[in-house]
Every structure is written in C-alpha cells, then in structure tokens.
Ligand binder design. Structure first.
Ligand code: GRF
Length: 194
C-alpha cells in the first residue's frame, strides 16, 4: 500500500481548520497525512494544535518582509507536500516560478462575492449581512498570485436569515467549511494520483 498523500498546512490563527483535518484523518475519513505546519506567528493556537498532534511545524515570521515569501516556501518544501493547504493563512503568497505543487484555500463566502484584499474573518460576514444577500457559504479554490481569484473547486451555500449576526453566520459557514474542505481536498488528491 502506498503511503497517504502529504499535506502541508499553512495557518495564521486558531487552527480550527487544521484541527478538522487532523480529526478527519484520525477518523479515517480523509486519507492523507499532515507532514508539516507552517505558521506565520509564534504562540498562536494553531501551533499548539500542531504540537499536540505531533505534527512538525515551522514558524515563519513576517519580518523581514522582503524575504517572507522565500522563507515561507523554504519551510513548505521542507515537508515535501503533495498538496499545500491554506487554513486561515492571512498573507498573499507569491508562488515561486517552478513551484508545481497545487495550493488550495477555503474562503468564507460564495466567491467571487465578498473576496479580495481585507476580506477575511468577520469582515466577510458583516459585508454579507450589510448587502442583504439571502445566501452565503464557503468556497474551496486553487490559489494563484492574487487574493481569492483562483479556479473554484467546490462551493457550499447556507441561508442568511434576517436574525443572523456576523457570529451566527460565521458559525453556519464554518460548519459548511468543515464538510466542504476535506471533501474538496480528497477529490483533488484522488485526481492528482490518477
Ligand atoms: C476559516 O473560516 C476560513 O474561511 C478562513 O480562515 C478561517 C479559519 O481560521 N480561510 P482557523 O482555521 O480557525 O484559524
């Protein structure tokens, strides 16, 4: 039997997306292994989750900013990924020429709506509520050199109720992400191995 495909997870925050992937892998519902985590800040909960799960991690601090991209990709390469998974990673990646491994992200809206620079976390849900949209959701997409514009792999919608707050909408969208992201990752890994 061949070893499970290798994921490298990039994060900047609480790592709840990482935790979901760890849980799915442990439960046997996602056939993959997380060979490394790259975090953009020390001391964040995402790093603690990696440590608890015995996943090797590297913290790549933003400063000096000129070398941040290079240092990030050096750390990614160290863990030899088949797929790079962004999980609450808050920085634009400048993908080096020659880096062929696919990179995937999950965004908490139905792209192309409510994406782009500055659209992360509760800002997305506040903008959705302010627009009067009747539905929101999540989008799993491949990552290119700009925010939230890469080819869409999968979307899941959730209803927006008049009683929703940014918090309640975030909870619904996150529940959709918990299903959609592992599903899209599994599909991508299956298509890459054919
Ligand atoms: C997710 O909700 C996702 O939409 C966005 O980052 C959030 C997760 O952050 N990409 P975290 O995994 O809890 O740190």
């Amino acid at each position: 039997m061949s070893p499970p495909p290798r994921l490298v997870v990039l994060l900047s925050g609480t790592g709840s997306t990482l935790q979901n992937l760890i849980d799915r892998i442990c439960a046997g519902t996602l056939e993959a292994q997380i060979t490394g985590v790259v975090a953009s800040k020390p001391g964040i909960l995402g790093v603690e989750r990696a440590r608890k799960a015995n996943i090797p991690y590297t913290v790549v601090e933003k400063k000096p900013a000129v070398t941040f991209g290079e240092r990030t990709f050096d750390a990614i390469r160290l863990y030899e990924p088949d797929l790079v998974v962004l999980a609450g990673w808050l920085h634009l990646l400048q993908i080096p020429p020659g880096f062929r491994t696919p990179i995937v992200n999950v965004h908490p809206s139905l792209l192309p709506a409510f994406g782009g620079p500055g659209m992360y976390g509760h800002r997305v849900h506040e903008a959705v509520l302010a627009s009067g949209a009747k539905e929101s959701g999540c989008t799993v997409h491949l990552v290119d050199d700009t925010y939230d514009t890469g080819p869409i792999l999968l979307q899941r919608s959730v209803p927006v109720e008049s009683s929703d707050t940014a918090e309640s909408l975030a909870a619904k969208v996150q529940a959709a992400e918990r299903e959609a992201y592992p599903e899209a990752i599994a599909k991508l890994l299956a298509s890459a191995s054919r």
